[in-house]
Ligand binder design. Structure first.
Ligand code: ATP
Length: 645
């Protein structure tokens, strides 16, 4: 049984509805150890026949049998495996991968074997030595002569130790001396027991082999045996072929990325601009939110909120809070303590000698008042009052903090009628001065105020409850929501949150909306970057059509090709995001330098989350952008791409 048999092979092309019959019933048998030259006129169908033998073209009539087994029934994956393990290619135009070195070009074929990296390196070195290129291993193809390129191509064809070497015009681009050297090498290959089939126009090449087959008008018109085939040598390889691993494809993607580094840097800068804009918008959002919170929290304690009863339609009505209300609030999760408070909207007066200070509002002490704002003195105890710096200046303009310890009369209007207002009075000592402007409430203890009302015979109940929340700011909003959800027996919501603390979350919501809008605007540049990446990857696929053809001819699967482009896109995306992050951090330094000297706050705060977001978005965008070009690359027909100009 012949090692390779062609049975009645017919092949035609359809162009513009016209039928071109190229092969019209080819019957041939080949054995191992033969060096067969196929001669014929130009356009006679020699390359077409080679593509069929090599399993690159499956669209023909008739059959190709390898060891009696039909290739016709093989799937696309099985044909990939056939090319990987059985076929080695030598092309007229060498078809080396331009961005890989001589050694890497040989290793490409070894990526599809069970050899480890070290063994691959060793075999590539041995093969290059065998073809006389030991000293040129690290050169790129464009640094080699034509003869040298063809030797690399031979070394690559031999790499996976295939049984059939197919050479399409192997000496077509070479001078006489190089032709002779390449023919010797091919003869050696046949001598080693392999089947060498060479398509040629050259009689010199034909005469070198063991057999000449002549093709004319789509049929074999002569088949001449020149010499006996070389004897078959039994070899037992320590390796066999396999599908290239994803890691191998990643390495190839990385090699291509490095080879085109300058161009890739420009692409990455382009795509980094989009990610950069999004990261700085998010960073500014964090900063703005942080600044607003910082400003509010520097005045109030965020972990204490003030709760009042809902007044219904009558806004002027004061609603008293009861012990029962206090207990209700105390039961809420994360509530540390609830204390009574009173906010006297009617205000009052402080009088010292002939000096009269009008107090717009008086509030009982609770933890919303930050002790760090008390510039001198302490929080007010029994019969003491804490006043603002603005009010203290009305007593001692030059040295307002010196009023601490002064005794004054405090008058509070406790209602009554227009003609007979009920004025309560008490001598109080200034316990301290807070660093706030006039207009902020003067503060006394709840007990002091309660005993003033009692002494004046006026009914007194708290008009707000002050709720201390445990576990930090994160618990404030949940507690606020629970309080707002408490209902009275009539089914109406009972409580409302007052004071500055209640607006923090509202403000944060507004900032989040503003950041969202700005980030969406920044995302437009991200969209532009994405379109750019898609265009670049499409161009890259077109540019690399021939490389894809070479890889497919070597036995790389469609999946391998898809991975190659996807990995390259992922590498682009990752490094683009790194550039974006570096640029964003540099801008952050600059902006914060300015804002720190202006408002004493770092207005840009890029978080680790923002960086991760940028990296992930960049990689995902590049992967999505790569999807269509990668699929296009995988679909490229190797026969068409190998003949690509
Ligand atoms: N994809 C194709 N579509 C249409 N016609 C094609 C295609 N590929 C090849 N042909 C035609 O088939 C015929 C045989 O081409 P082939 O390349 O096999 O010839 P060849 O014998 O190798 O020629 P040469 O010696 O000039 O390389 C030619 O007429 C060519 O124009």
């Amino acid at each position: 049984m012949a090692y390779l048999e062609l049975k009645d092979i017919k092949k035609s092309y359809e162009v513009d509805n016209q039928h071109f019959q190229v092969l019209n019933g080819i019957n041939l048998q080949f054995s191992k150890g033969e060096f067969v030259s196929i001669l014929g006129e130009s356009g006679g169908g020699k390359t077409t026949l080679m593509n069929i033998i090599a399993g690159l073209d499956g669209n023909y009539q008739g059959d190709v049998l390898l060891n009696g087994k039909s290739l016709k029934r093989e799937t696309s994956q099985q044909l990939d495996e056939y090319r990987r393990s059985t076929i080695g290619f030598i092309f007229q135009s060498f078809n080396l991968v331009s961005h890989l070195t001589v050694k890497e070009n040989v290793i490409v074929a070894l990526e599809m074997t069970t050899m480890n990296k070290q063994e691959q390196e060793q075999r590539a070195r041995d093969l290059l030595k065998q073809v006389g290129l030991a000293d040129h291993q690290n050169k790129y193809p464009n640094q080699l002569s034509g003869g040298q390129k063809q030797r690399v191509s031979i070394a690559r064809a031999l790499a996976a130790d295939p049984e059939i070497i197919i050479a399409d015009e192997p000496t077509g681009a070479l001078d006489a001396q190089n032709t002779d050297e390449i023919l010797k090498l091919m003869n050696d290959i046949a001598k080693s027991g392999k089947l060498v089939i060479a398509v040629t126009h050259s009689q010199i090449v034909a005469d070198y082999g063991t057999r000449i087959v002549h093709l004319a008008n789509g049929v074999i018109d002569s088949d001449r045996q020149l010499k006996d085939p070389f004897p078959v040598v039994q070899e037992n390889n320590s390796f066999h072929s396999k599908v290239a691993s994803s890691f191998a494809m990643f390495r190839m993607a990385w090699e291509h990325f490095c080879y085109n580094l300058k161009r890739n840097i420009l692409i990455m800068i382009g795509s980094a601009i989009g990610i950069f804009s999004v990261i700085i918008m998010l960073g500014l959002g964090n900063g703005a939110k942080g600044y607003i919170n910082h400003e509010i929290y520097s005045q109030i304690n965020p972990n204490t909120i003030q709760v009042t009863k809902k007044t219904g339609d009558d806004q002027t009505k004061q609603i008293k809070l009861t012990n029962q209300d206090q207990k209700k609030l105390e039961k809420i999760k994360h509530v540390k303590s609830v204390s009574k408070g009173y906010f006297a909207v009617t205000g009052g007066q402080l009088r010292q000698g002939n000096k009269n200070i009008h107090l717009q509002t008086i509030q009982t002490y609770d933890h919303t008042i930050k002790t760090k704002n008390i510039k001198t003195g302490k929080i007010p105890g029994k019969n003491e009052i804490l006043i603002s710096k603005g009010d203290a200046q009305k007593i001692n303009k030059k040295n307002p903090y010196a009023v601490k310890g002064n005794k004054l009369m405090l008058y509070i209007n406790a209602g009554g009628s227009q003609t007979q207002p009920k004025i309560l009075q008490q001598e109080v000592t200034i316990s301290g001065v807070s660093d706030s402007l006039s207009g902020t409430p003067a503060v006394i203890s709840y007990d002091t105020l309660a005993s003033m009302y009692r002494a004046g015979g006026v009914d007194f109940s708290p008009n707000f409850l002050s709720v201390d929340i445990a576990g930090g700011v994160k618990n404030v909003e949940p507690v606020q929501n629970k309080i707002k959800a408490l209902h009275s027996s009539t089914g109406k919501a009972d409580f409302q949150i007052t004071g500055a603390g209640s607006i923090v979350s509202t403000l944060n919501t507004y900032v989040n909306i503003a950041v969202g809008v700005l980030t969406s605007i920044a995302a437009i540049s991200l969209l532009v970057s994405t379109i750019m990446i898609i265009v670049v990857l499409y161009i890259s696929v077109s540019e690399r059509t021939q490389e894809i053809g070479i890889l497919r001819a070597l036995g790389f699967t469609k999946r391998n090709i898809r991975h190659l482009f996807i990995f390259e896109a992922a590498i682009l995306g990752f490094f683009a995001s790194i550039i974006a992050v570096i640029l964003a951090y540099v801008l952050e330094l600059g902006i914060n330098h300015l804002t720190n000297s202006g408002i004493h706050y770092s207005l840009m705060q890029i978080s680790v989350g923002n960086v991760l977001f940028g990296v992930i978005v960049s990689v995902v965008i590049c992967l999505l952008a790569a999807l269509a070009p990668a699929l296009k690359a995988a679909r490229v027909d190797p026969v068409v791409s190998l003949s690509a100009e």
